[in-house]
Design a protein around this ligand. Structure first.
Ligand code: NAD
Ligand code: UGA
Length: 334
């Protein structure tokens, strides 16, 4: 059972957690760490391992572990209250990520999964008096900054439909939490570009390391000078668990890796680590793609006692090692 020490004091032991989006990149890592700490986990996702390859890969290490129950369910429609019975915390990671597709035909799914489903979840959490809900927000809510650190008090200026839905999602949770009849405290974590093993295949680092192994070409949208505050998955998970256990009022907290790098820097790292030349194709910048993100991490330090510890070289190295093992396993299977 997990009792986390924090900057101030802890809310006590975590026995049982619900993780939405459990079959996704961040959600599956979070489930795995919680289980290793002795926390019982109910994982919910609309993608199930028997029907979706990415869910099968992400959940392979934990699906049959004692303490883990996977429930296939779409939060837009499924019965939520039975999932939340006795939960000490809900980690709400389910949602439609990715900036670019949000301009197009998928927009309705962004609204339904990131906003409407969150409304259903918060209503259920309120009714069941779930003590804490940690919700995945996004650095994208800050929009186009000049690259100086963004603090949680800065005015959000979302630059894409996706970012608008993530801002709506966190604010919706906080609005519920502010109701006098709501016992749930909400911690909204603004994650900054998370990477590492099992990163989503649409994301830049995953595309680069895949290209290094396959010889495929990677498109770089713009001049490659966009900068991101890349956050290693283990750091994102430790901040997320600290957000569940810290004694806090409802809050918004940045989770940034402290590793500012441009896409061109990342290309250099990936080529050095893999020892391969990666074919890149420079193409037009995409709407909503912000020039830079950079987290002011002082709130996370103060409220969660958290600071990132990974560096880009070892983090990308771990992602390369994982992908190499995946390719080796799939060629053995053939
Ligand atoms: P992911 O796509 O790997 O995981 C999200 C999971 O949510 C998927 O498995 C998906 O099937 C599930 N899901 C979506 N809609 C659902 C619904 N209606 N009902 C049930 N399940 C549903 O994405 P990720 O990269 O792991 O991101 C997780 C969360 O963190 C998302 O909310 C995303 O917006 C947020 N976030 C991610 C990053 C990042 O860099 N990966 C950065 C900031 C914020
Ligand atoms: C990432 C996640 O994808 C979002 O879900 C998340 O909300 C966001 O982080 C966040 O921090 O809140 P992004 O920073 O755009 O968004 O991360 P990537 O998708 O990895 O893209 C990083 C950069 O690489 C962007 O400038 C993107 O345009 C570029 N890119 C991506 C390419 O040039 N080529 C590609 O093939 C993919």
């Amino acid at each position: 059972m997990l009792t986390m020490a924090t900057a101030d004091s802890s809310r006590g032991p975590l026995r049982r957690a619900v993780v939405t989006g459990a079959a996704g990149f961040i959600g599956s890592h979070l489930c795995q760490t919680l289980l290793s700490l002795g926390v019982g986990v109910i994982g919910v996702d609309r993608h199930s391992p028997d029907q979706h390859q990415s869910a099968a890969i992400n959940l392979a290490a934990i699906l049959h572990q004692p303490g883990f129950i996977f429930i296939p369910g779409d939060l837009r429609t499924c019965a939520i209250e039975p999932l939340l019975l006795d939960a000490d915390v809900v980690f709400h990671l389910a949602g439609i990520p990715g900036v670019h597709p949000s301009w197009g035909a998928d927009f309705d799914d962004y609204v339904a999964s990131n906003i409407s489903a969150t409304q259903r979840l918060m209503r259920a959490a309120t009714r069941l008096h779930t003590p804490r809900l940690v919700v995945a927000s996004s650095s994208s809510v800050y929009g186009a900054t000049d690259g100086s650190p963004s603090a949680e008090t800065d005015r959000p200026r979302p630059a894409s439909p996706y970012a608008v839905t993530k801002l709506a999602e966190e604010q919706l949770c906080l609005a519920h939490a502010a109701r006098p009849d709501c016992d749930t405290t909400v911690v909204a974590l603004r994650y900054f570009t998370v990477y590492g093993p099992r990163q989503r295949e649409d994301m830049f680092i995953q595309r680069l390391v895949t290209a290094a192994m396959t010889g495929q070409k990677v498109s770089i949208y713009g001049d490659g000078n966009q900068r991101r505050d890349f956050t290693y998955i283990d750091d994102a998970v430790s901040a997320t668990i600290a957000a569940a256990t810290a004694y806090l009022p409802s809050s918004i907290i940045n989770v940034g890796g402290g590793t500012s790098a441009s896409l061109n820097d990342i290309l250099d790292h990936a080529q050095k680590i893999t020892g391969r030349t990666i074919n890149v194709h420079i193409t037009n910048p995409r709407s909503g793609d912000v020039p830079a993100t950079c987290a002011d991490s002082s709130t996370a330090r103060k409220l969660l006692g958290w600071a990132p510890s990974a560096n880009l070289h070892t983090g990308i190295g771990a992602q390369v090692d994982w992908l190499t093992a995946q390719y080796a396993a799939s060629s053995l299977a053939v």
